[in-house]
Design a protein around this ligand. Sequence first.
Ligand code: IMP
Length: 185
Amino acid sequence: MTETRLLLGPQDLRAGVRRIAAELSAAYDDGVLLVAVLKGSVPFLADLVRAMTVVPEVDFLAISTYAPGTGRVRLVKDLETDICGRDVVVVEDVVDTGLTLTYLLGELARREPRSLEACVLLDKAARRIVPVPLRFVGFELADEFVVGYGLDVGERYRNLGELLVADPEALRGARDAYVQALFGR
Ligand code: IMP
C-alpha cells in the first residue's frame, strides 16, 4: 500500500486559518474583497471567511495552465466584481514557483484596485522561481508534494480534512493509489 504522511491535521489547519483571519480582520476593518483562485482554495476560503471578524465580499476566478512549469496560464473564469478602487486580497492554496500568482497579481493590478495583496495557506518558499510578495501566510512547507484540504492530484483528495505529504509519481501512475488507504475501499 502506498504510504502517506500526515503534515497538518485539522487542528493545525484551524489554528493557522484563525491566525490569518485575525490578521486580515485587523488589516481591513472597512471590509475587503477576497478573490479566491478555484478550485484548491475553496476549503481554505470557507474556513477563513467564517473566522473573520469583519465582513468580507468574495469572488472567484479560475485559471488553466498551458504547460506545467512554464508559468503560462490563462483566465478561464473571470471575476464578476469590478475591483477598481477596491481593497483586494487574492486567496491561494499554495505558492510553489510563484509563476501563477505573479501572473494573477499582474492581471489584477491592471484593473487599478486601491490595494492588492496575496494570502496563501501554504508557502513553498524554497521552490520559488519568481519572487512574489505574500502579505498573509499560513504555513511554510518544505519541497514536498501535498494533497488534501483542497489540494488535489487529478481532481482526487481535495475532500480530506487534513494535509498529507504524498508521492506525486505514485499518484500520477494510479490516481486512486491512496483511496483504499484513506477511505478503506
Ligand atoms: P506555482 O505557479 O508553481 O506557484 O504553482 C501553484 C499551483 O501549483 C498551485 O495553485 C497548485 O495548483 C499547484 N501545486 C503546487 N504545489 C502543489 C502541491 O504540493 N500539491 C498540489 N498542487 C500543488
